[in-house]
Design a protein around this ligand. Structure first.
Ligand code: HC1
Ligand code: SF4
Length: 563
């Protein structure tokens, strides 16, 4: 270990620690911008400079390693002036659009300017002006708001293994862009939105559908229903001062009711339906030894990544549509029939933790097979709508979700975090094949997790990957024929949907884990924890669909993705 002094406090840290980490250990928060706790250090913004008291040198604390006997001042006049100057240089080439920016209220650049006491910008000169890229369904990129912190480039490369974004040009002309400056939607980008969750400014955000949804709610000719994804109930409360991982299902339903939706339903209901279809599909494959390993396909960022990088494995993807798309298919067939609505009267809104769901919503395969979701908003967009009408979310009196498509089991709730889809599926598979219950899998939240599940005399080998670079590791083995797995769950975002690209920011690993634990506790507390015991799902098969994998189910609930 190494001992150094920071602001006259002695601190002992490991040899490879940075000054920033050492300072944190004694409770000193040095301001940062390009730094992100879950990514490699970069050291470009120099907002975190501190002074070496012996030499008077200014050091970027996020990248400078500690050394024995070092004496650091984090708040000397020299360090504070340098930080302010560095920040002013960034602001001198930043559009002054704070009041109308999508990131207003959650911008780290704005916060840094306030915290460092920047009250005016002493530099002026040429500014860069780039075109906005918003032609795709999921994301909006505004390079003029970029401060070149490189967080998006790093998350896309290090965590997702996609490398869709890169730095080009030098000096004043430096910019983060895509290969050949193509629109982000026309390259290998998975639409996962991880770049948007780490962007400190409004340079990458989701493409908003808020005004479209208000338009539908205000249109008297439309019957507008909403489905909320499993993970939303564990994340939306954060934006209203509630503890991370708080489960706010009933307040969420009440808020949606007050926003004017005609019926409040849950994607969780459809997650139970997905398990009925996908579980039976897996049994068929496992018993017939065909298209194994079986790979989940409910995550649209993962499906897009697969299409680009593993087109040879598309046959292995489950043909079951995602819960969001199954919900819309059932809404536009069964629900309109039950409610005696005209098909074009019904408008389906999804509240998703995910920017890629906006891409899924527009996929021809799904629209053509009756699964059209009319609008998808992210958790962040829903929060904006709730704030716009001034609801006191934390103190709302809760209400139940509506009947017909609003009941879900514990199995569906855990869909929203890594490992949940596999666990939910195998609960139903094991019970159907052996009559025995599956015990808790107790999987971890990070990296790749494995489980061996005994089903009668056979063992099902399961792997769970969250984050696309982890997925690539498993799929390379499958491709090379060295994989022992029968069932693979892939979620594009670390920690699964609780870590989705549309969730509240800043999103750190610690925060995502609490959200995931919230969902697991929710499952533990439910009386009905298996998808095949959901009474609304049983009724749906009885009255409308017939059997899982039967004719009607096949037609409405399954699809095939393109190579
Ligand atoms: Fe997900 Fe899914 S769990 S993909 O992570 O299968 O987005 O929450 O809605 O469709 O149910 C997301 C979450 C979500 C689907 C389900
Ligand atoms: Fe990379 Fe995901 Fe952002 Fe696309 S959406 S650029 S894949 S991080």
């Amino acid at each position: 270990t190494i001992t150094l002094t920071i602001d006259d406090q002695e601190v002992e840290v490991k040899e490879d620690a940075t000054i920033l980490e050492a300072a944190k250990k004694v409770g000193i928060d040095i301001p940062t911008l390009c730094y992100h706790p879950d990514l490699t250090e970069f050291g470009s913004c120099r907002v975190c400079v501190v002074e070496n008291e012996e030499s008077g040198d200014l050091l970027a604390s996020c990248v400078t390693p500690v050394s024995d006997g070092m004496e650091i001042s984090t708040n000397s006049a020299k360090a504070r002036t340098a930080r302010r100057t560095n920040l002013e240089l960034l602001l001198a080439n930043h559009p002054n659009e704070c009041l109308t920016c999508d990131q207003n209220g959650m911008c780290e650049l704005q916060d840094a300017a306030y915290n460092l006491g920047v009250t005016e910008v002493s530099f002026s000169g040429e500014t860069t002006d780039y075109e906005v890229d918003d032609v795709g369904p999921s994301l909006k990129r505004e390079p003029s708001k970029c401060i070149l912190c490189g967080r998006c480039v790093r998350v896309c490369e290090e965590v997702q293994g996609v490398s869709a974004l890169e730095f080009t040009e030098r000096g004043f002309d430096s910019v983060v862009t895509t290969a050949f400056d193509m629109p982000q939607s026309e390259i290998n980008c998975a639409n996962c939105g991880q770049c948007a969750t780490v962007c400190p400014t409004g340079a990458i955000t989701e493409k908003s559908c808020v005004s479209k949804v208000w338009g539908a709610l205000e249109n008297e000719d439309k019957h507008v229903i909403v489905q909320t994804a499993p993970s939303i109930q564990a994340t939306v409360g954060e934006e209203f001062g509630m503890e991370e991982g708080s489960i706010v299902t009933e307040k969420l339903a009440a808020a949606l009711d007050k926003l004017g939706f005609d019926k409040i339903f849950s994607t969780d209901f459809a997650a139970d339906l997905t398990i009925m279809e996908e579980g039976n599909e897996f049994i068929k494959r496992f018993q017939g030894d065909k298209h194994l390993p079986h790979i989940t396909s409910c995550c649209p960022g993962w499906v897009k990544f697969c299409e680009h990088n593993y087109p040879d494995l598309i046959e292995n993807l489950s043909s079951a549509k995602s819960p969001m798309s199954m919900f819309s298919a059932i809404a536009k067939s069964y629900y309109v029939e039950e409610m005696d609505l005209d098909e074009d009267e019904l408008y389906v809104v999804g509240v998703m933790p995910c920017t890629a769901k906006k891409f899924e919503m527009n996929r021809d395969e799904l629209i053509e097979t009756g699964s059209e979701t009319d609008a998808v908003i992210t958790t962040r967009e829903l929060v904006r709508m709730i704030k716009e009408v001034g609801l006191d979310f934390a103190n709302l009196e809760g209400r139940e979700y509506d009947d017909m498509m609003g009941t879900s089991t514990g199995a569906a709730n855990i869909f929203g975090t890594t490992g949940g889809v596999a666990e939910a599926s195998l609960r139903t598979v094991k019970e159907k094949l052996t009559g025995e219950s599956l015990g808790r899998l107790n999987l971890g939240f990070e990296g790749i997790n494995e489980a061996e599940i005994e089903i009668g005399d056979e063992t099902v080998n399961v792997a769970i990957a969250n984050g696309l670079s982890n997925a690539a590791e498993i799929l390379d083995e499958v491709r090379e024929g060295n994989s022992k797995y029968d069932f693979i769950e892939v979620m594009a975002c670390p920690y699964g949907c609780v870590g989705g690209g549309g969730q509240p920011v800043p999103a750190t690993d610690e925060r995502k884990q609490k959200r995931g634990e919230g969902l697991k506790n929710m499952d533990g507390a439910k009386t009905i924890r298996k998808s095949h015991e959901n009474p609304e799902i049983l009724k749906l098969y009885d009255e409308f669909l017939g059997e899982p994998l039967g004719g009607e189910s096949h037609h409405l609930l399954h699809t095939r993705y393109k190579e």
